[in-house]
Design a protein around this ligand. Structure first.
Ligand SMILES: Cc1cc2nc3c(=O)[nH]c(=O)nc-3n(C[C@H](O)[C@H](O)[C@H](O)COP(=O)(O)OP(=O)(O)OC[C@H]3O[C@@H](n4cnc5c(N)ncnc54)[C@H](O)[C@@H]3O)c2cc1C
Length: 461
């Protein structure tokens, strides 16, 4: 192993390779809650060529390499174990180009999402990908996890925003296709293989992303609703009447909302009364008068009894205040304690039936347990958070077995947007057929026959 570290130092220079106890604490874990590790080494290449050099050395020596972006992943995918080399993209940063004609931005993989958003905005464009971890997560990590986030209903997942990609394969081969064409059917669309592959097939080094025009108006409303059919009716009406402008449709079951507005710091209740369901609606307009259309829409929903109460944001600060209710999830640890978190995909119409089964089963198994439900309802993405008061540690494995069984029985996906990493590996068969799993393993074997890139993640092995 000393020989490998010496070779890595020769390839990158000594400052770019840290080993043993010199590996910083931040590079020893992600946000999955799994315990910290001590990887063999941390390498911090500055260019695609240096990434390729690292992979060539490790491939020849049979040493596993674990790509790391901003380390905000929630599934343990970026966690490098003992004997593995952590490959951080933190020095491969910067915006290479904003091309106004094609409305694209070319970004190096280690660039924080927020930095790319700000650069796009300064050039008069919207980089539509947005998530709570925007300040820390990196573009390469977003691509590797096919991140979703707050505006999928309008702009799609990361996959829908990627036009071109540069990736380094496990043996050090560089695959460059910084495509800017919307239409490009010249053979297999290889980039799709790497998007969402969680660093198991290649290391993303550069990305071309689509940009959209900055919206001329952003309208937001916070609604209280009497029942789940009303939530579905509001979604359908918003899709029809707000059209493509509908940019977020975030649902909250009452337990979640009540916790956030009473316990989260600086969060104020947007509505005075209590309701079984809440929806945060947002619309991006191309005309400054679109805000009036939005308000008129919510007025109609009130008249028709679809929503029981609604508040419309009158300023950007108020839009942010509405989102604060939804984004206060980051404070769970101080508000309630350790939560066992889920990010599942369900057909929208079935979501509440699943919530009811989960509420019942969790309460029967752990009386007094806290169970919160919220999510990107418009995308069929439900988040479930469970805490058993006083339990140290939390009965995580048992809660997971329960939630994933119910999700499987309702035809859902065990991962809507966070990925598989290692934490959901045991349940992948709940959402994929044996034939699909076999093809995933065939692809991994074909691209990484020595199994050196992020081994044991996503497909196991
Ligand atoms: C507060 C908070 C809110 C979040 N909200 C959302 C949300 O709304 N939607 C959502 O989808 N996710 C969300 N996440 C999860 C997380 O932010 C995303 O998965 C994000 O895309 C991970 O990016 P990262 O750079 O931190 O990746 P990391 O955590 O560093 O890595 C994640 C995975 O990608 C691989 N990887 C990283 N960089 C590369 C690369 N350059 N090439 C190849 N593989 C690579 C790693 O090996 C690992 O498997 C949230 C997380 C937090 C903490």
């Amino acid at each position: 192993m000393d020989g490998v570290i010496a070779e890595l130092e020769r390839a990158l220079g000594t400052g770019a390779v840290l080993s043993g106890e010199d590996v910083p604490a931040a590079n020893r874990h992600d946000w999955s809650g799994l315990p910290a590790t001590t990887p063999l080494a941390l390498v911090r290449p500055r260019s695609t060529e240096e990434v390729a050099a690292v992979l060539r050395v490790c491939h020849a020596a049979g040493v596993p390499v674990v790509p790391q972006g901003g380390l905000t992943g929630l599934c343990g995918g970026a966690r490098a174990a003992t004997g593995e080399v952590a490959l951080s993209l933190e020095r491969l940063v910067g915006i290479e180009e904003i091309d106004a004609e094609t409305a694209t931005i070319t970004v190096r993989a280690g660039t924080p999402l927020e930095r790319a958003q700000e650069a796009a905005s300064a050039a008069g464009f919207l980089l539509a990908l947005d998530l709570g971890a925007r300040g820390s997560c990196a573009i390469g990590g977003n691509v590797a996890t096919n991140a979703g986030g707050n505006r999928v209903i309008r702009y799609g997942m990361t996959r829908d925003l990627v036009l071109g990609l540069e990736v380094v394969l496990p043996d050090g081969t560089v695959l460059t296709n910084l495509n800017k064409l919307v239409k490009n059917n010249a053979g297999y669309d290889l980039k799709q293989l790497f998007i969402g592959s969680e660093g198991t097939l290649g290391v993303v080094t550069r990305v071309v992303l689509r940009l959209h025009p900055l919206p001329a108006s952003v309208a937001a409303g916070f609604c209280g609703l009497p029942d789940f059919p009303a939530v579905l009716a509001l979604l359908q009406a918003a899709r029809r009447q707000l059209g493509a402008g509908l940019s977020a449709f975030e649902g909250m079951w009452h337990e979640f909302y009540e916790c956030m507005v009473t316990k989260a710091s600086g969060v104020r209740a947007p509505l005075a009364g209590r309701h079984p369901f809440y929806v945060l609606l947002e619309a991006h307009g191309s005309d400054p008068t679109d805000g009036e259309r939005f308000e008129a829409f919510l007025g109609r929903m009130l008249e028709q009894g679809v929503v029981a109460d609604a508040a419309v944001a009158q300023s950007t600060a108020q839009v942010r205040a509405f989102w604060a209710v939804r984004d206060a999830v980051a404070e769970y640890a101080t508000m309630i304690g350790p939560m066992v978190n889920f990010d599942v995909g369900l057909v929208t119409g079935r979501m509440h039936a699943v919530v009811e089964v989960l509420r019942r089963e969790v309460a029967a198994r752990w009386p007094g347990a806290v169970a919160h439900f919220y999510g990107h309802i418009g995308d069929g993405n439900l988040h479930v958070n469970v805490n058993v008061p006083g339990a140290v540690p939390q009965p995580k494995a048992e809660i997971e077995a329960l939630v994933y069984r119910v999700v499987r029985d309702h035809g859902g996906s065990i991962s809507a947007e966070h990925g598989i990493g290692v934490t959901k590996l045991a349940y992948l068969g709940y959402s994929r057929t044996p034939a699909e799993l076999a093809l995933m393993r065939t692809l991994k074997q074909a691209i990484d026959p020595r199994n050196i890139l992020n081994p044991g993640k996503v497909v196991g092995g």
